[in-house]
Design a protein around this ligand. Sequence first.
Ligand SMILES: [Zn+2]
Length: 148
Amino acid sequence: MHEWSLAEGIYRAVLEFAESHNVKKILEVEIKVGELMQLDLELMKEAIVTLAQGSIMEGAKIEFSVEKAEFRCEKCGYEWNFETAKKEIKRRISKDKLIKDEAGSLDLPLHYIPDLVYALAICPRCGSSNILVTSGRDVKIQKIMVKK
Ligand SMILES: [Zn+2]
């Protein structure tokens, strides 16, 4: 599962950091998760806690914060956020009738969004599809609190 491999990456990075800094105990780890990642944070926390058992990270508090997604147009330089991107995609989908759910409704379920953002997002200002996701699509260790 996605969450487990990310949890393992985080666990390893934290331990590596701890080893290179002579840390005796890890007290707290804060993880920043991109808005577009769509992770089950409870599952991820559980995975980290499980992996940490028997290590100096055992019992550490695991906190998450969300990194907002941001987009930038390569053509005109315009920048916008996820809310605007979603509105824009919804507007285009209902116009072009690209997607319907099982009941034939054009209402767009939120869980489809991240893939759609990549496939369908265009610049709200100039309409270019040459866009960059500048933030909100990765997982970072934001803060580690330790006892030396
Ligand atoms: Zn543009």
